[in-house]
Ligand binder design. Structure first.
Ligand code: FES
Length: 192
């Protein structure tokens, strides 16, 4: 089993929405759940989802490669999609795309060397009246993104990543001390 039990439970919950012989109806939801957990839809994820839903792997791959919300190659921690369709392009969308590229030092379809940001050129997100529009990790839409707001957004994302790393380090240290704790106390009591 490639995914966590929690992920499979979520997929099971999606499956309850459809008849038992229509498991393919939960395919997009299952891929989204898997991508949330693994960061991207790898060939192993495609195989696993295909097996879990009883579908041919080629069918799962076709869906994963058709929708651009699915990443079939590794991406950075934060995937930033910039809408460059015509309505946005007419309202500073192109300038916004150029600004984000310059800030991150990467072009579209590239990832920063630290693995933090991937930049994608996106299609209309249905918020044309609020251009320029960005989407973070396929879920968080950011509208009317002036250069100041882009600066603030990037700073917030970096800060969130730093805090997450610090929390992970604290949890790892706490786990290590829990594992080593009994040894130390045994050693101390022997010494005493
Ligand atoms: S064209 Fe950018 S949101 Fe519609």
């Amino acid at each position: 089993m490639l995914l966590s039990q929690d992920a499979y439970s979520k997929i099971d919950a999606e499956l309850t929405k459809y008849p038992a012989d229509q498991k393919q109806s939960a395919l997009i939801a299952a891929l989204a759940i898997a991508q949330d957990e693994k960061g991207w839809v790898s060939p192993e994820v495609i195989q696993d989802i295909a097996q879990y839903l009883g579908q041919p792997p080629i069918g799962v791959q076709e869906v994963a490669t058709f929708y651009n919300m699915f990443d079939v190659k590794p991406v950075g921690k934060f995937k930033i999609t910039v809408c460059t369709n015509l309505p946005c392009a007419l309202t500073y969308g192109d300038a916004t795309a150029a600004y984000v590229q310059k800030k991150l030092g990467i072009s579209f379809r590239e990832t920063t060397p630290d693995g933090m940001f991937t930049l994608i050129e996106g299609e209309c997100m249905g918020a044309c009246g609020d251009s320029p529009v960005l989407l973070v990790n396929n879920k968080h839409m950011c509208i009317r993104m002036s250069t100041d707001r882009i600066d603030g957004m990037l700073a917030e994302l970096k800060e969130a990543a730093t805090q997450e790393q610090a929390a992970d380090a604290t949890a790892a240290a706490s786990h290590a001390s829990t594992v080593e704790g009994p040894k130390n106390s045994a050693h101390s009591s022997k010494g005493a």
